[in-house]
Design a protein around this ligand. Sequence first.
Ligand code: AMP
Ligand code: ZN
Length: 465
Amino acid sequence: MGLKLFNTLSRSIQDFAPLTPPKVGMYCCGPTVYDFAHIGNWRTFVFADLVRRYLEFKNFQVTHVMNITDIEDKIIKRVRETKTTLPEFTGKFESAFFEDLKTLNCLSPHQTPRATEHIPEIISLIEKLIARGIAYKAADGSVYFSIEKYRGFGCNYGQLLKLNFNEMRAGERVKSDEYAKESVADFALWKSRVPDDADIFWPSPFGEGRPGWHIECSAMSMKILEASFDIHLGGEDLIFPHHEDEIAQSEGATGKPFVKYWLHGAHLLVEGKKMSKSLGNYFTLRDLMAKGLSGREVRYLLITAHYRETFNFTLEGLAGAKTALARIDECVGKLSEIADRTNAAPNSKILEQFSAALDDDLNISAAWGEIFKWVTETNKRIAENSLQAADAAASLAAWHMIDSVLGVGTKNDIEIPADITALAEDRIAAKKSKDFKRSDAIRDELKAKGWVIEDSPKGYKLKKL
Ligand code: AMP
Ligand code: ZN
């Protein structure tokens, strides 16, 4: 069966047919680096990772691009408040983002362009829009996208959602990067320099200033992919205005259809509520790590629900994730023992069931259902002693293919952080020099950090608690 995906553009489930198979160009709106990404953001980025991994499982050659929004209204405000410089401020959150991406075992996107490194491309896109008469410089010195002119060319503003233009007055403008659909208006492509921007500005043919958020993604996606590409992803909150504006700017400049499939992930709630710092239910990945959770457990939980369903993140759910992963680990561990390095082709039955579920608009809950059915059946056969080494090897090979999509790994694959390894090495050194007080203290420290160390004649083994 072929892959089917829900396309926000057609509001329907469609067969996935990329523009130039087997190549797939995929762009995901990346983080705005003004803070640590929260687990809602991570739901969206892990969703993008899952899409990419599944396309690769299906032998597509994916180019995965994810931008870094390192210039935008919220960033400017925070730079001002923290009295830092733009690169200092965004650099810190960008590094944290890439560390977290690893913790969650997301594959690195092939390209992660920064907006501030694409100012010439942004300027040239704006110039094209001005030359076509779709953008104009207003009295405040900023350059705006004219929705009226764009529509006048027969172009459709409101491709991703229905908009009511009756209330809209021609030329009404909005300068901020985020606004509601009720205030649909000409939006800023280039924001002229104001005192609050301090030294954050670039020269341009339209005067000193900085780009609007929406034009950044149009410029970077079309530069790295093509003017028309296959998949654009993001959280559902980006449908309007961000993605609608991306379409308008890109199609307005090139006259070509911008993106074939728009995929939007539903939001994550925590304990049934929208995350907010005042409610105390706002978690970054780091907050969860500090509670002793692993990236693997969080990843598992983030990919248990269908991407188009709102996901309710609960601490109880995390406990469930631990149990579910332990069941898989136990089964895979026993399969490895029975297979005992026998090689076999992957068991096609479970692979077919798994991919039939994901082909159906990435129905991950159905895919997990098949996996746990397989775990139960496998455990039963192991208990009955009816599983031969070749069967176990075939099952194991299938699991590795499945996990190339899920990315939850098995317990043994867990990467040991460098500081933990360093502590373990210090402990060995302390033992060698017969400083047992220190070696015991290090053992306790490791335990407090969630790791147990087991000694054996061959050396030591670190295990996650
Ligand atoms: P930002 O860094 O704010 O630009 O957001 C990065 C990504 O996270 C975007 O694709 C957003 O749509 C997505 N996002 C923001 N909040 C949530 C949430 N609560 N649940 C899921 N995705 C979210
Ligand atoms: Zn974007």
